[in-house]
Design a protein. Structure first.
Lengths: 459, 992
């Protein structure tokens, strides 16, 4: 009996002893934020993280660009999402969930860039060259984010010379202490963008060792290119011309179709979500897309005036989301693995920026602008145009811009900054109309007392 | 003469009995004297010996005796009876319910208690009340059956997770599921982590693999006295599932088979046909000066193609038996169900073995092992346009699944579900093993030491393949997710009745539990042929991913109770939990409860023989419990990997650090009154007040911080309510009985405080989604919407109320007000069971009152301006001329595009009363069956589910809906969720 008892007791105590203290379990998929900026390798990974966030649908994964394309005049939106339809109808409300995530992801990019700018100089073992490059890339991405936010959430410069409210300007890393910034003016935001891009032109290299990095990561040329767009949007035509020229001088001939800067996507790494993506929105169902964004009647009419335009050949017919047959672009052919790159800045835009700025700056007809116009036309197998007035020249350049940069998210701002209406005969889509810009997300106003009373008109 | 002869025979048999005193088998059946129903678990003992057995589920027993003995039949809740066997081989007994005590054993945490002497508040549902019911998972057992337990089916998709709250939801952002414990093994229930969501907001049901026909009882622990022993996991309520185990005696075999069919209970909406749609659209475009395109002349009835007759087939076989030393239970179940929606099916094969063995008088060992495999044909659900029903409601009615050659076409964003059904694969296979093995040693009388090892190994595989027609080149993914748990629980348990006056009980325990969740995902596209089903044949690998999450919980717990003279009862319990989930500053939590009871009816002054009240007990309890469903490592500030760019590894900020992050704590006060009235009504009343503090909140940050939110323990919420349950034997005669059981739970949920995040009126809130939010001073599921007024009869414009009550045609977010809530004021159920001779009939209704339901789908089907999907026929009633009392605005009104936007227009009263189950049965007479020498029992039955529903007049679809499964902050919303099935089954049950 005694033996038995000893046996039982041992079984029980064995059971108890089998369990050591194992409560210190750490995540296996994440790294502690304390160690990320402790070495150059993980710091560079954090830098790649900025581009990775930029791949997302709501940044350069096509959603803001799609909205710009259909609120503008290059595509019709026939898709199913009510929140996107509301924007298309200029009847959106401030609780629009797409608007909210666009805002969210843009600030994610900005805060990641802020953190990189603050932390890179202190990383043990980092070289000055690396600090410059990392900081330059971060500043470029921050400028891109603010620029896109400004275009979406505030009336263009042309409405009130930039004195209108834009978005909160946050340039410091998040300390852990929540702050409640109010909206800065458009001029202030543009100034911050200009400052970042000027820094970036100094800090960034002209190119990298790998040709893919030359287009997929920020370069000096990309910074000049975006700077030229900023100045163009602010009617600073001379500055726009010189910035475009600085970029062109770095080796971007019009004859090449090379990107200046693009967000590089691949089958295993892209911003496509269940909700959409470049190829998803711009392709018909038969190719695996949603068929949401076929050619608009306006764009079709533009091409049909000169149907030999080689750019017009880049289209297919397919059934759209409305169950009817439409033309679609072939710019984003891969609706299966979504490996199409996100176009941010192409060589052609440098020349279009320069031509438009020259044409506007000149008191008469700018010959140099006409030359560029015809070079662009010739590239698309169109005959040279002779121009009779300054305004005709500007119009012709804008037509080329519209056709060249269609489906890349330029249309809405190209109309608005030229004081044009987004729709004809539709008051709520006129230049300066409240709902041609997006609402500040209600969630942000709810959570940031600094934004109280700062909602855009009409929301 | 006759008498003499009888006496002679009697004397003779006695002599024979004495002379040939050898072992023989005596069998019999124990039934209730009131209604003749069999009583299981009755102890049948030979007086003066230690030989004993128990009756099985059919009330039968078998015992080896020698000679003539006296058998004593004892069962809690019945008056004990002694019967002399004489020389009979069949000794039946009829037990009379013990009116004085109505003692019943209830399952509680880490043990069992006598119901009368327990101070805990629990609800128990026994196998009897859900037998033969075609339920997919055990949670459905709870619907309308347990007071204070609100169970809402999330949708009619097979395997969808239901929403369950016990005494109102106690959490905002942490886990909302109750803790499920099967035979002492707390189940893995990571829910949505196990599967790809496929558009559904809820994951698969965590109890999908649990076979309900092997369940003996389900017990819901409700008050602090009951849940505190589960410490940091008790605050959402604890559901103890006890599976069947062996009973000594002749081996009994039971076979149950049923077969049936199902249909949806309701149409979600009445949609336009092609002709109506084209006419409407053309009129609309013309009215707005737009060009009318040439619409196709084709048409197709998508809804008809999506819905079919569902079928259900189920066979369950079990065997139960053993002797005094070893008892066993074997159960097997195969069920095959096809949903009423195309492509949705579920097969389940489940088995169970339970063995208990007495090594000696003092030492006992046993094992319980449940095995199951579920094989499902899944469909996309809810918020996916690939979901058959969602697609069927959205498809433009002129879009067809086939081209002119009869080949499938790719219909794009709204998926051609006929093509998906014919060409795709969407499988979910899961294997689960839940088991435990124990050894128990009675050190001395009353003191038992027990150690128990448990496992829950859950493996879920998914295989998804889209053919070329849907994704050019084809697409596939494959997941393999496992959640493997083991735990050890060791307890010392002491129970002693001293001098028949003092009841003393004590429990001391230690447990360690750990589980590891592993998720593997392979995804690829580009196949040479549709005939290559496996992702390995894909030319482009899209994703190769492995993620691992591990957690551990170390606990010490204790309970002590004392009862004096069965009148005065006190109990205290304590648990200390250390968890890997908690931040380093708050790694260990202590939880406790104290409770007391007064059995008034056991007082000397109480006359139990009065006609009105036979039993009366008052209980009170107060204590705490926690919720550890706060994620795995959420206290840790991190950068997340896998955010790559151009082939290089990338890191992005993921989480704000919070070393204080820890459990949510719920303190609960409970007052209970239970009574037996008029010798026929059992009555239970409870009042409770539950205060949850340290609510895990994803404190929303301005996005300008770079983070959407940070997890913190802030916020306080109260659930206050009362529960009422009645079981009444209205009529009890030998040939006719009628019983009614009724329960109702009232709950009021109030958010008391939240992190600073004020709305327009200065009340802090936490948004669930656009429609729903938790608001200080109001329910955690308050609907916060613009109020829709209607169509102006003069102008044809849709109108809303501005915040100040004035009318507007252009409302903004600032006009939103609190307009309702998704949680009910009360809910419950009522069951009536009638038995006439061998016929039985029961009807079970459940109900819910005071909850609102927001139908997200109407934002689509009522969308006036869109040409991209179908519309409700209600839109045909649009405003045409002044004076029209129309549903929809004028075709060219300014509000044509805003009419369907989020507002109270899409909010409905979700109250309902539903005839959930009706059952008819016929039990063949025992006399008839005994002649077969084969069957010991036989019953045929017919059962119908969800056949009749009362709902709000204008409600579109099924009101029993909560599409987001176990979500806390979003309940009572649906986006084309499948309605509940209307099921008819016919079955037979045989005992051998």
């Amino acid at each position: 009996m005694r033996f038995k008892n000893i046996f039982y007791v041992s079984v029980l105590s064995l059971a108890l002893a089998a369990c050591g203290n194992k409560l210190e379990l750490l995540p296996e998929q994440d790294l502690s934020d304390e160690i990320v900026f402790n070495n150059v390798g993980t710091t560079e990974s954090a830098l790649r993280g900025i581009y990775s966030t930029a791949q997302e649908l709501d940044f350069y994964g096509s959603l803001p660009q799609l909205i710009n394309d259909y609120m503008g005049n290059t595509v019709d939106f026939v898709g199913t999402f009510p929140t996107l339809q509301d924007l298309n109808n200029f009847s959106a409300v401030s609780i629009n969930s797409n608007v909210q995530t666009i805002w969210q992801v843009h600030y994610e990019v900005i805060l990641q860039a802020n953190r990189m700018i603050a932390k890179a100089p202190g990383v043990p073992g980092i070289t000055q060259e690396q600090i410059d490059q990392f900081t330059g890339e971060a500043k470029f991405m921050r400028a891109l984010a603010y620029f896109q936010l400004a275009n979406l959430f505030s009336q263009p410069f042309q409405v009130s010379n930039g004195s209108n409210l834009c978005v909160p300007l946050v340039l410091e890393e998040f300390s852990g202490e929540v702050t409640y910034p109010s909206r800065a003016t458009l001029n202030d935001v543009h100034a911050a963008i200009e400052s970042d891009l000027n820094d970036a032109t100094n800090l960034l290299p002209e190119g990298y060792s790998s040709p893919e990095d030359n287009i997929g990561r920020a370069t000096k040329g990309a910074a000049f290119g975006l700077l030229s767009r900023l100045h163009l949007y602010r009617d600073q035509n001379d500055l726009a011309t010189s910035a475009a020229q600085s970029a062109i001088d770095l080796g971007y001939p019009l004859t090449s179709s090379v990107d200046v800067f693009t967000i590089v996507n691949s089958a295993i790494d892209n911003g496509r979500t269940g909700s959409g993506g470049w190829a998803a929105y711009y392709n018909p169902a038969a190719l695996g897309g949603r068929g949401d964004a076929p050619f608009s009647a306006e764009l079709l009419a533009l091409f049909q005036q000169e149907p030999t335009d080689t750019r017009f050949a880049a289209k297919i017919t397919g059934v759209a989301a409305d169950g009817l047959s439409h033309f679609f672009t072939t710019k984003y052919p891969d609706a299966v693995t979504n490996s199409d790159n996100s176009p941010v800045l192409r060589t052609a835009e440098l020349y279009l920026n320069k031509a438009e700025a020259l044409a506007k700056a000149s008191s008469g007809i700018s010959d140099e602008a006409v030359t560029i116009l015809n070079a662009i036309r010739s590239k698309s197998s169109l005959a040279a145009k002779s121009v009779t007035s300054k305004n005709e020249l500007i119009d012709l350049i804008l037509v080329e811009r519209n056709k060249e940069l269609a489906f890349e998210g330029h249309s809405r701002m190209d109309l608005l900054r030229n004081r044009r209406n987004l729709r004809s005969n539709q008051a709520n889509a006129a230049f300066g109309a409240p709902k041609t810009i997006l609402p500040i997300p209600q969630r942000e106003i709810d959570n940031n007392s600094g934004l109280r009373g700062q909602q855009n008109e009409g929301y | 003469m006759k008498q003499k002869l009888l006496s002679f025979i009697f004397v003779l048999t006695c002599l024979i009995g004495v002379t040939y005193a050898q072992n023989r088998q005596v069998t019999g059946k124990v039934t209730s004297a009131t209604d003749g129903s069999p009583i299981s678990g009755v102890s049948v003992a030979i007086q003066g010996t230690s030989s004993a057995t128990q009756t099985d589920q059919e009330g039968n027993y078998s015992l080896s005796i020698s000679g003539q003995v006296t058998l004593s039949f004892t069962s809690i809740g019945f008056v004990s009876q002694n019967i002399e066997t004489f020389n009979r081989n069949i000794v039946n007994a009829q037990l009379v319910p013990d009116q004085s005590t109505l003692d019943e054993v209830i399952v509680v945490g880490y043990g069992e208690q006598n119901r009368t002497l327990s101070t805990q508040s629990v609800s128990t549902i026994k196998a009897e009340s859900f037998k033969n019911t075609p339920i997919q998972t055990p949670q459905q057992i709870l619907q309308g059956q347990a007071a204070g337990v609100n169970m809402v089916n999330s949708s009619g998709v097979l395997g969808a997770e239901a929403q369950i709250t016990v005494r109102g939801g106690s959490s905002l952002s942490a886990g909302g599921r109750p803790l499920y414990v099967i035979d002492g093994v707390p189940l893995n229930s990571a829910g949505a982590e196990y599967t790809q969501t496929q558009g559904g907001s809820s994951g698969l049901n965590p109890l999908l693999n649990i076979n309900s026909s092997d369940i003996e009882s389900v017990t819901v622990l409700k008050d602090a006295a009951a849940v505190a022993i589960y410490g940091s996991r008790g605050s959402n309520g604890v559901i103890l599932i006890k599976t069947k185990s062996g009973a000594s005696g002749k081996t009994k075999i039971n076979v149950d088979y049923f077969n049936g069919f199902s249909h949806p209970t309701a149409d979600i909406d009445d949609m336009m046909n092609a002709q109506e749609w084209i006419q409407f659209r053309s009129d609309y475009l013309r009215a707005n000066g737009a060009t009318v395109p040439n619409f196709p002349t084709t048409s197709f009835d998508w809804l008809d193609a999506a819905v079919r007759t569902g079928k259900v087939n189920n066979i369950a076989v079990n065997a139960q038996g053993g002797d005094e030393k070893t008892r066993f239970y074997l159960g097997g179940n195969y069920s095959k169900e096809t949903g009423f929606t195309i492509s949705n099916a579920m097969d389940r094969l489940a088995g169970k073995i339970s063995l208990d063995h007495n090594v000696s008088d003092k030492f006992k060992v046993g094992v319980n092992y449940n095995l199951s495999r579920v094989d499902m044909d899944r469909i996309n659900s809810e918020n996916s346009t690939y979901a058959p029903l969602t697609a069927a409601y959205l498809f433009l009615p002129y879009v067809t699944p086939y081209d002119e050659n009869g080949e499938f076409v790719n219909t794009g964003f709204i998926g051609n579900f006929l093509a998906i059904d014919a060409t795709g694969i969407n499988k979910n296979y899961s294997n689960r093993q839940i088991g435990n093995a124990y050894a128990e040693w009675e050190i001395f009388e009353g003191l038992k030491a027990k150690t128990d090892f448990g496992i829950d190994n859950y493996g879920i595989d998914e295989k998804y393949r889209e053919a070329d027609i849907l994704t050019p080149g084809g697409y596939a993914y494959r997941t393999h997710n496992t959640d493997n748990k083991w735990l050890n629980t060791s307890t010392l348990n002491y129970n002693k009745r001293i001098n028949d006056l003092h009841n003393v009980g004590a429990l001391l325990g230690y447990s360690y539990e750990t589980a590891k969740l592993t998720q593997l995902l392979l995804e690829g596209s580009g196949f040479a042929s549709d005939d290559l089903p496996n992702v390995g044949s894909a030319s482009t690998p899209i994703t190769t991913s492995e993620e691992v999450y591990e957690w551990a919980l170390q606990s010490m717990f204790a309970r002590a109770n004392y009862g004096y003279a069965d009148k005065y009862l006190v109990e205290g319990s304590f648990r200390r939990d250390g968890s890997s989930r908690f931040g380093p500053n708050r790694k260990y939590g202590n939880f406790f409860a104290v409770s007391g009871g007064w059995v008034i009816s056991n007082e000397n002054f109480f006359n139990k023989d009065n006609a009105y009240i036979q039993s009366l007990k008052l209980t009170a309890s107060y204590g705490t419990s926690g919720n550890d469903g706060i994620g795995f490592y959420n206290y840790y500030g991190t950068f997340a990997g896998g955010n790559d760019y151009m082939g290089g590894a990338g890191l992005v900020p993921f989480r704000v650090a919070n070393r204080n992050l820890s459990w949510e704590e719920t303190a609960q006060f409970d007052l209970g009154l239970s009574a037996r009235l008029f010798n026929r009504i059992d009555f239970q009343f409870n009042f409770y007040n539950k205060n949850t503090t340290g609510l895990l909140s994803d404190v929303p940050y301005p996005y300008t911080t770079g983070f959407p939110s940070a997890s913190q323990n802030v916020g306080e919420m109260r659930n206050r309510g009362f529960e009422f349950a009645i079981n009444s034997e209205n009529i009890k005669r030998e040939n006719f009985s009628w019983t009614t059981s009724f329960n109702i739970g009232f709950n009021k949920n109030t958010v008391l405080s939240l992190p600073v995040n004020p709305d327009e009126d200065g009340r802090n809130f936490l948004a669930g989604n656009t429609e729903q939010r938790a608001i200080e001073g109001y329910s955690r599921n308050s609907f916060y919407l613009i109020r829709y007024k209607g169509i102006n009869q003069q102008t044809g414009e849709a109108e809303w109320f501005a915040k100040d009550g004035s009318t507007t045609t252009a409302p903004t977010a600032a006009d939103r007000v609190i307009v309702g809530k998704a949680d009910p004021n009360f809910q419950g159920g009522i069951t009536n069971t009638l038995r006439y001779k061998n016929l039985d009939f029961s009807a079970f209704f459940n109900f819910s009152y005071g909850n609102d339901v927001y139908l997200d789908g109407i934002e689509f089907t009522d969308n006036f301006a869109s040409g991209s999907y179908n519309k409700s026929r209600m839109l045909l009633d649009y405003w045409r001329q002044p004076g029209d009392n129309a549903y929809a605005p004028a075709l060219n009104s300014d509000t044509r595009a805003t009419f369907a936007q989020t507002s109270t227009k899409n909010l409905f009263d979700g109250s309902y009363l539903r005839l959930k189950t009706v059952q008819f049965g016929y039990t063949f007479p025992t006399e008839l069956l005994s002649r077969t020498n084969f069957f010991s029992s036989a019953r045929v039955y017919f059962l119908a589910q969800n056949i009749w529903t009362v709902k709000a007049k204008d409600f579109r679809g099924d009101p029993e809906i909560s599409a987001n499964g176990a979500s806390n902050l979003i309940i009572g919303q649906t986006f084309f969720a499948l309605p509940q099935p209307k099921t008819f089954t016919f079955g037979v049950n045989f005992g051998f």
